[in-house]
Design a protein around this ligand. Structure first.
Ligand code: HT7
Ligand code: ZN
Length: 844
C-alpha cells in the first residue's frame, strides 16, 4: 500500500450541507439509507466525485432522484455528477455480526455499536470520509432494542424507532450509533449560562450500581471546562455508553461518547484506585474533546495532535486540579518516559505531526498524545498562563466550526503574544528526544550553567536543528535554602550559557523543574548531591526526580558491576518514608523503584547493552536491601496508613493506600508474605485485594489466592481481566512464557475480546524480563498470537506489535530471535495493512 503524505493535502472536491441516515438494524444485513446534500467546493481544483466506501453492498444509488450506476472499487466509488448542488441517495447493506475488526458498525455482546475514528464511517455508508468535510446529521434508527441512540438531540421516537438530530456540523469520524438492552443512570446539569442538560451513562442491566463515579466525573469535567476555559456544553443531552468490546479506551462522538466498559464501570469491590483515577481522566478527556476536537476539528489526520495533544494537556490540568499537581506531574512523566521516550528512541520514532502514514490507526501514539501535550505545556510556560488563556480564547473564537491545522494553532499564540514561533514549530516536525548536557562553573559569586542540546537521528531524520527548550531552574545554597527561585531559561541555540550573579557560595542547581521540557538531562553529579535535592528541593517534581536518578544509578551499578547499594540512597529513602509532612501519594512514588524497562532504557542511552534478566535480579536485590534497611519502619507505616471508615476513591485515601501497599511490598520480603495473605483474606476493596495478590505474586507465592480470586470473580469480565494480566505481568522471568501459554489455553481466554487479549498478551509484553526470555519463547508466543489476531482485529494486533519496538537495544542473540519473530509475522499471507506497516517500520 502507498503512504499518504502531508504535503499532498488537497481540499475536498464537494462539500456536504446536510446528511440524513436511516438504519434498519439487522445483525446479518443492516440496511443503511443515506440522503446527502452535496455542493461543489469553490476552493477545490479537482472535480472528481469520489466517496469512500469499504465492505459495503450497494443496493441502489440516485442523484436528484435519477438512478445512477457508479463505478465501484474496494476503496469507494466515483460517479458523474452535476456541476451544481445535488442530492445523493444510496442504500447499502452491511453485516455488523461479521465485523470482528470493531471499526464501523459491529455487535458487542448483543449490542450494536459503532467506531468511526479514524476511517470507520466508510464501512457504514458511501461518504467523503475525511475530517475536513463537516455537516449536520439527522439519523433514524429502526430496531427492536430498548435504547436506540445517536449523536445530537433526540428528535422523535416511537415503538421500534428513534430519530436524532445533531445541529453541529461534524466530520463523519464523530458519527455514532448504539442500540441494545441498556439502562441509563441519569442526572441533570445546568450550564453556566442556564442551559439544562440531561446526562446519561448507559450500561447493561445489572451494572447500574457501577456507573455513578463516571457520572460524577462527567459533571466535574463540565464545570471545570466552564471555569478553566470558558467552554460550555452545547446540546440538550450528553450520553456515555459502556461497551465491552472496544479497540481503545473511549471515543468522543458528538453527544454520544462510547467507552470501553473498563473506563466507565467502577465500584469499590471491583475497581482499584487506579481504575477510578483512569475513569476520571478519560471521562474528562472525552468530554473536553467537545471543544478541542469536535467544535474545532482537524483538517486532515496529520493534524491529529491538534486535538489529541491539546485534549491530553487539558485532562492533565483537570486531574491535577482534582487531585495533586505534584503527584499528577510525576505520574505523567513516568508514563511519558515509559511510553513516549521508548518510542522516540527506537524504530517507530516519528514527529508529533507525522509527515506520512500507511495506516493512520498506527499513529494514535504516545508521541502524538503525550509528547503533543508536553509541547503545549512548554508553550504555556513560555507565554505564561494569561497569554495561554488569551490565545485559547482566540483559538475558540477564530476557529469554531473549522477543520484546523497546527499552523492555525500556533498563529493564535503569535497573534496574542507577538512572539515568533518559527523555531518552536520544530517540536512538531522533529522526532527524537533531545539530550540536554549540562556543565557549570562558579567563581566570584557568579554561577554559570553551560547547556548543550543534541537530538539523536531518528528514522528519516539524520540531522536535527536546535529546538526552543524552556529550562526552569532554581538554585539552593549549601544549607538547603532556595537562593534563586524558579527562573525560566529559554534555550534556543545548540550551545548556550546562562549566569546568575551575587551568590555567596557555589549553589546546587535544581534543573528542569516540573519537567519543563520533554528532554533527557545529562549531568554528572554525586549521589550526595542527589540525596541533598531529595531532602531539600522545594520543587516537588525535582525532589522526586532526585530520588529517581539516585535509584537509577544505584540499580545501574548493581546490574553492571554487581555493586551493593550505597548508604546515600538507602538513608535518603528512609528519610522520605519517615517524613510525615509529605503527601503519602508522593512518598509512595518516591519509594517505588524505577521499572525494569526504565533501567534498560537508561543503560541503552549510556551505550550499555541491557540484560533484562540481570536487571530483574538487581532490582530484586535492591528491593530486598531497601526492605532490610527500613525493616523497622514498614510495619508502622503499614498500620498507620490504613484508611478508617468506608472506602472512598478520594486522592487522599488513595494516596494512603498506595503508601500502605508499598510498605506491604517491602514487608513481604521480610515476613514471606504473611501480612499480604492476611490482607488478601480481609480486604474490603479491590485496591487492597489486588495489592495483596500482586505482592504475593512478586515474591513467588499466591497460588492459593489466585485460585480463590478466580472462584470469587470468574463471572465478572472486568475483574477477570485483572486476574489474567496479573499472572502474565508478574510471572517470574523463567516461567513467564509458560504461564502465558497456559492462560491462552484457559477456557475464559476469549481472545477476540481486546481487553482479554491485552490482559494476557499485553501482560506478557509488559513483563520486561519475562518477555525477553533468552530462549525467545515469549517472542514466539506473542508473534503466534499477533498473527492470529491480525486476521480478526488488525488494529489491536498492530498496536500490540510495539512490544518489539525495543529490538535495537538488546544483545545479538535476543535481537536475532526478535527479528525472526517479526519476519514470521511479516511473511503471513494476507497480512493487514496495519500490521504490515508496523512490522516494516520496526524491522527498518
Ligand atoms: N479520539 C479517540 C481515538 C481513537 C479511537 C478510540 C476508540 C477506538 C478506536 C479509536 N481510534 C482512534 C479517542 C481519544 O483520543 O479520545
Ligand atoms: Zn482524545
Amino acid at each position: 500500500p502507498q503512504p499518504v503524505h502531508l504535503q499532498e493535502y488537497a481540499p475536498p472536491a464537494y462539500l456536504v450541507d446536510d446528511v440524513h441516515l436511516t438504519f434498519r438494524l439487522d445483525p446479518k444485513a443492516t440496511r443503511v439509507s443515506a440522503r446527502i446534500a452535496f455542493r461543489p467546493n469553490p476552493a477545490a481544483q479537482d472535480r472528481t466525485f469520489f466517496l469512500h466506501g469499504e465492505e459495503l453492498t450497494l443496493v441502489s444509488a440516485r442523484i436528484d432522484g435519477q438512478d445512477v450506476t457508479p463505478k465501484i472499487t474496494p476503496q469507494g466509488l466515483t460517479c458523474a455528477v452535476p456541476d451544481a448542488p445535488f442530492t445523493w441517495e444510496a442504500e447499502v447493506d452491511i453485516s455488523p455480526e461479521a465485523n470482528t475488526a470493531l471499526e464501523g458498525l459491529y455487535i458487542s455482546n448483543g449490542m450494536y455499536c459503532t467506531q468511526c475514528e479514524a476511517e470507520g464511517f466508510r464501512k457504514i455508508s458511501y461518504y467523503p470520509d475525511r475530517p475536513d468535510v463537516m455537516a449536520p446529521f439527522t439519523v433514524r434508527i429502526e430496531g427492536d432494542a430498548p435504547a436506540l441512540l445517536s449523536n445530537g438531540n433526540p428528535a422523535d421516537s416511537g415503538a421500534g424507532w428513534a430519530e436524532w438530530h445533531d445541529p453541529w456540523p461534524k466530520p463523519a469520524y464523530l458519527f455514532a450509533l448504539v442500540a441494545g438492552d441498556l439502562r441509563a443512570v441519569s442526572e441533570g446539569f445546568t450550564t453556566a449560562s442556564g442551559r439544562p442538560v440531561e446526562l446519561n451513562v448507559w450500561v447493561r442491566p445489572g451494572d447500574e450500581g457501577r456507573a455513578g463515579y463516571a457520572l460524577d466525573a462527567l459533571k466535574r469535567s463540565m464545570r471545570w471546562d466552564e471555569s478553566a476555559y470558558g467552554r460550555e456544553y452545547d446540546l440538550d443531552v450528553f450520553n456515555i455508553v459502556a461497551v465491552d468490546d472496544f479497540n481503545m479506551g473511549a471515543m468522543e462522538n458528538k453527544g454520544l461518547n462510547i467507552f470501553n466498559s473498563k473506563y466507565v464501570l467502577a465500584s469499590p469491590e471491583t475497581a482499584t484506585d487506579r481504575d477510578f483515577d483512569l475513569i476520571e481522566g478519560i471521562v474528562a478527556h472525552e468530554y473536553f474533546h467537545n471543544w478541542t476536537g469536535n467544535r474545532i476539528t482537524c483538517r486532515d489526520w496529520f493534524q491529529l495532535c491538534l486535538k489529541e495533544g491539546l485534549t491530553v494537556f487539558r485532562d492533565q490540568q483537570f486531574s491535577g486540579d482534582m487531585r495533586s499537581h505534584a503527584v499528577k506531574r510525576i505520574e505523567d512523566v513516568l508514563q511519558l518516559r515509559a511510553r513516549q521516550f521508548r518510542e522516540d528512541n527506537g524504530p517507530l520514532a516519528h514527529p508529533v505531526r507525522p509527515e506520512s502514514y500507511v495506516e493512520i490507526n498506527n499513529f494514535y501514539t504516545a508521541t502524538v498524545y503525550e509528547k503533543g501535550a508536553e509541547v503545549i505545556g512548554m508553550l504555556r510556560r513560555l507565554v505564561g498562563p494569561e497569554g495561554y488563556r488569551k490565545a485559547l480564547d482566540l483559538y475558540f473564537d477564530r476557529h469554531d466550526g473549522d477543520a484546523a491545522t497546527i499552523e492555525d494553532w500556533l498563529k493564535v499564540f503569535e497573534d496574542v503574544t507577538g512572539r515568533d514561533l518559527t523555531q518552536f514549530r520544530r517540536w512538531y516536525s522533529q522526532a527524537g528526544t533531545p539530550r540536554l548536557k549540562v556543565a557549570e562553573d562558579y567563581a566570584d559569586g557568579r554561577y554559570t550553567l553551560h547547556l548543550e542540546q543534541h537530538t539523536p537521528p531518528t528514522p528519516g531524520q539524520p540531522e536535527k536543528a536546535p529546538q526552543v527548550i524552556p529550562v526552569a531552574v532554581g538554585l539552593l545554597n549549601p544549607n538547603g535554602d532556595e537562593v534563586v527561585p524558579t527562573t525560566l531559561l529559554e534555550m534556543t541555540e545548540a550551545k548556550q550559557s546562562f549566569s546568575f550573579e551575587g551568590l555567596a557560595a557555589k549553589p546546587v542547581p535544581s534543573l528542569l523543574r516540573g519537567f519543563s521540557a520533554p528532554v533527557i538531562l545529562e549531568r554528572e553529579t554525586s549521589a550526595e548531591e542527589r540525596a541533598f535535592l531529595l531532602a531539600h528541593d522545594t520543587d516537588a517534581f525535582n525532589k522526586w526526580e532526585a530520588g529517581r536518578q539516585l535509584a537509577r544509578e544505584v540499580l545501574a551499578k548493581m546490574t553492571t558491576e554487581d555493586a551493593a547499594p550505597g548508604p546515600a540512597y538507602l538513608d535518603a529513602l528512609a528519610a522520605v518514608a519517615r517524613d510525615d509532612t509529605l503527601d503519602p501519594a508522593f512518598r509512595a512514588l518516591a519509594l517505588r523503584l524505577p521499572s525494569e524497562d526504565d533501567l534498560a532504557q537508561a543503560l541503552a542511552n549510556s551505550g550499555i547493552t541491557p540484560d533484562p534478566w540481570e536487571i530483574h535480579a538487581a532490582r530484586e536485590k535492591l528491593k530486598a536491601a531497601v526492605a532490610r534497611h527500613l525493616a523497622e519502619q514498614w510495619p508502622a507505616l503499614y498500620r498507620e496508613m490504613a484508611c478508617p471508615g468506608p472506602y472512598t476513591p478520594s486522592a487522599s485515601d488513595a494516596g494512603r493506600r498506595a503508601l500502605r501497599l508499598t510498605a506491604l511490598g517491602y514487608l513481604s520480603r521480610l515476613d514471606t508474605g504473611d501480612e499480604a495473605r492476611r490482607l488478601y483474606a480481609e480486604a474490603g476493596n479491590m485496591t487492597e485485594t489486588i495489592g495483596a495478590l500482586s505482592t504475593l505474586l512478586e515474591i513467588g507465592r499466591g497460588e492459593e489466592e489466585i485460585e480463590a480470586f478466580y472462584a470469587r470473580w470468574s463471572a465478572d469480565r472486568l475483574v477477570m481481566d485483572k486476574w489474567f494480566a496479573l499472572q502474565t505481568s508478574l510471572a517470574p522471568p523463567q516461567r513467564a512464557a509458560a504461564t502465558a501459554r497456559a492462560l491462552t489455553e484457559h477456557p475464559d481466554f476469549d481472545w477476540k475480546t481486546p481487553n482479554r487479549f491485552r490482559a494476557v498478551i499485553g501482560g506478557l509484553s509488559a513483563n520486561a524480563a519475562g518477555f525477553h526470555d533468552p530462549s525467545g519463547a515469549s517472542y514466539e508466543l506473542v508473534a503466534d498470537w499477533l498473527i492470529r489476531l491480525d486476521d480478526v482485529n488488525p488494529q489491536t494486533a498492530a498496536r500490540m506489535s510495539t512490544a518489539f519496538e525495543t529490538l535495537g537495544r538488546y544483545d545479538a542473540s535476543r535481537q536475532a530471535r526478535m527479528r525472526a519473530a517479526l519476519e514470521r509475522i511479516a511473511a503471513k499471507p494476507g497480512l493487514s495493512r496495519d500490521m504490515g506497516e508496523m512490522v516494516g517500520r520496526i524491522l527498518g
